[in-house]
Design a protein around this ligand. Structure first.
Ligand code: AKG
Ligand code: FE2
Ligand code: ZN
Length: 658
């Protein structure tokens, strides 16, 4: 090799090293900014592994294998849902070796299938904020090994999936197979026909376990209804409260075939994930049965304790004991007793006996099954609605959000800014020193911008007719939550990033599932007298509507004519109990009756009992961490900061220099 070739090689290597170093420094800045984790240059025994967290879909076993390959690991901490892990090596020789060899190493995540790049930095100590230990919801019990393996096999064998009914229900529920005994649970009205018992009662093979429940005092009378649900890996059940008026207090559920994680959520936003081991019995009584929703998130991996622990099984935040576990096929046997008299529980806000349910919502859509469905749903339940409500909507949207304003004001003079989904243009004139251009899907809103002398054009956020790599900044305020599939939400983020110049920044706001955060209720939840509702895209600017949380539902979705679960209609100013929903927009006036909810789910503006037309907009409200996880799937971009602002999740992305 001649001298010049050697030189080229040297230069190239240095370049790569420099790039790696730059990325590693960026990763440690991000850790400091987001998580308050201080990295140090002086070698220690401890390393923080950016991108090697459970939140990136990395499994404990997988990461451990890589880390242990270079030296003896004493401790591996994987904080829940975080994009990093901490490792302590037996000596700093090992940790230095890991630092030298593993920085920039790629890992194919088992959890989400994507590839992550690990960046390691030294830290003085390991640790993370321990969340309060997750107590189970009051009234909830998980009893391990409640049935033997032989009993489990007998129970599973007794379900004859081949014959009879439920083809429609099966197809419709899509997320799982169901079979009912004793009484059919109807997903269209979330209730049972109490006068029409099925010819097949609870199979006798269940007798021994039910007798055991009686003897152990979990129930006082035998159940008369059984629902068998079968979930393949990746399937789930939406969060719901079993209809109070349909069933008595105690609900029993056996987990057979595989374990799962069930999520419980209190209306105030607290949530607890509970592991239901194979052959365990779940007992829901009292508060946990009446007030908390329960549901199973459709996914293929769950975050679970890595090592057997004593007793149940709330997925706590013990980061030395968390990993991902692949789901198998789980069959649950849920036993309930049909109620003969109205429910008189002490949770009237969620009790359909004490607070009558919403009127039927015949034209509510189902969650989309494919991209065509999704764009039709958005056309009817987003685009058409904004066209119709544009003028009223605009009259409720005048105050800029302080942190959005700050973002815009911090831009240098002459910067080019695109506001994708600009609505009535309230952010277009904030910074007079920059060149702002807006676009929106609604021509009525774009027209309003024009009338105000603002630059805007009609465009879909998935395909903005601007050249890529041109904008110094983009904003997307309360837009991406209107896309009805993960693929489309991802495409919307990618489109923003495409517009940015390298080094340019995008600010994204989406509505949060968590309307109560750090013990503070969002403005949306508070009964605000403000002229403008602070949530950027929500309802009731001038007509605050105070309503009780929605009456319970067997499943928070109703069923459409083909049986597919319908999206539920949200009750304004209450906590969300589902991520995909329709949010009513009252064109004029508001409802006073604390038990009444909005009537029509579609854009055809049926009047409410109070006479005001109601439109329904589709929303996907984001859970904590979801926006960051979405953005982490986009290439060439880094999350600069993320935060919760008045019931919204927010990120600032920066496009990387090439
Ligand atoms: O699968 C389970 O354990 C719960 C099923 C359930 O919640 C229901 O059918 O209402
Ligand atoms: Fe249930
Ligand atoms: Zn009740």
């Amino acid at each position: 090799m001649d001298a010049s070739a050697e030189n080229v090689k040297l230069v190239r290597k240095t370049k790569e090293e420099k790039k790696l170093l730059r990325k590693q420094i960026k990763a440690s800045h991000t850790l400091l900014k987001h998580e308050g984790i201080n990295t140090v240059t002086q070698p220690t025994q401890h390393l923080v592994v950016a991108n090697g967290g459970l939140g990136n879909g990395v499994c404990r076993e997988q990461l451990l294998e890589v880390l242990a390959g270079v030296g003896t690991v004493i401790y591996l901490l994987m904080p829940p849902n975080k994009p990093y892990a901490f490792v302590t090596y037996q000596s700093s020789d090992y940790s230095q070796r890991a630092h030298a060899l593993l920085n920039g190493q790629q890992l194919q995540c088992q959890g989400q299938g994507q590839v992550v790049t690990l960046y390691l930095s030294f830290v003085e100590r390991v640790g993370c904020e321990q969340q309060e230990s997750a107590a189970l919801p009051p009234g909830l019990l998980v009893l391990e090994d409640y049935v033997s393996q032989e009993e489990e096999a007998r129970l599973l064998q007794a379900v004859d999936w081949a014959t009879h009914d439920n083809e429609t229900v099966h197809k419709a529920l899509k997320h799982r197979r169901v079979k009912h005994y004793g009484y059919e649970f109807r997903y269209d009205n979330n209730n049972v026909d109490k006068d029409k018992p099925l010819t097949t009662g609870i199979p006798p093979v269940c007798d021994p376990v039910l007798q055991r429940c009686l003897k152990d005092g979990h129930i006082e009378v035998l159940p008369d209804q059984l629902t068998v649900n079968q979930y393949e890996s990746g399937q789930g059940i939406p969060p719901h409260i079993d209809t109070h008026s349909a069933f008595e207090d105690t609900i029993l559920s056996l987990s057979l075939g595989a374990k799962t994680v069930m999520d419980f959520r209190h209306p105030d936003g607290r949530s607890v994930a509970v592991v239901l081991p194979e052959r365990s019995l779940l007992v829901m009584k009292g508060e946990s049965r009446f007030l908390w929703t329960h549901g199973i998130t459709p996914r293929k991996f769950d975050m679970v304790p890595a090592y057997e622990s004593e007793g149940p099984v709330a997925v706590t935040s013990d980061p030395s004991n968390l990993t991902l576990s692949r789901r198998g096929t789980r069959t649950s046997f849920t036993f309930r007793r049909v109620r003969r008299a109205p429910c008189d529980c002490s949770y009237p806000t969620v009790c359909d006996s004490q607070c009558p349910p919403a009127p039927p919502v015949p034209s509510a859509p189902s969650l989309p099954q494919d991209d065509g469905d999704a764009s039709r749903l958005e056309e009817q339940f987003v685009h058409q609605v904004y066209e119709e409500i544009a003028s009223h909507f605009s009259s409720t949207r005048h105050s800029p959000w302080p942190r959005v304003r700050d973002f815009l004001l911090a831009l240098p003079a002459g910067a080019l800014v695109a506001d994708v989904g600009c609505g009535n243009g309230k952010y277009l004139g904030i910074n007079q020193e920059v060149m702002s251009v807006g676009c929106d899907r609604s021509s009525s809103l774009v027209q309003i911008c024009g009338e105000r002398g603002l630059q805007a054009f009609v465009s879909d956020a998935l395909e903005v007719p601007l050249r890529g790599d041109t904008c110094d900044a983009c904003i997307s305020i309360a837009v991406i939550h209107h896309f009805s599939t993960q693929e489309r939400r991802l495409a919307a983020v990618k489109e923003l990033v495409r517009l940015l110049k390298p080094g340019g920044r995008a600010l994204i706001y989406v509505w949060a599932m968590e309307q109560e955060y750090n013990k503070q209720k969002s403005k949306y939840l508070k009964d605000s007298k403000d002229k403008e509702n602070m949530q950027p895209a929500t309802d009731e600017g001038e007509h605050p509507v105070k309503q009780s949380p929605p009456p319970n539902s067997g499943v928070t979705t109703n069923a459409s004519t083909d049986g597919a679960p319908r999206l539920s209609v949200h009750t304004n100013r209450t906590a969300f109990n589902s991520q995909d929903l329709l949010v009513p927009w009252h064109l004029k006036g508001g409802e006073k009756d604390t038990c009444k909810r909005a009537g029509s789910p579609s854009a055809d503006a049926a009047p409410t009992p109070a006479g005001a037309p109601v439109f329904h907009r589709y929303y996907h409200v984001f859970q904590k961490g979801e926006l960051e996880a979405l953005c982490s799937l986009v290439e060439d971009v880094e999350i600069r900061t993320s935060y919760h602002d008045q019931g919204n999740w927010c990120v600032i992305l920066e496009k990387l220099l090439k």
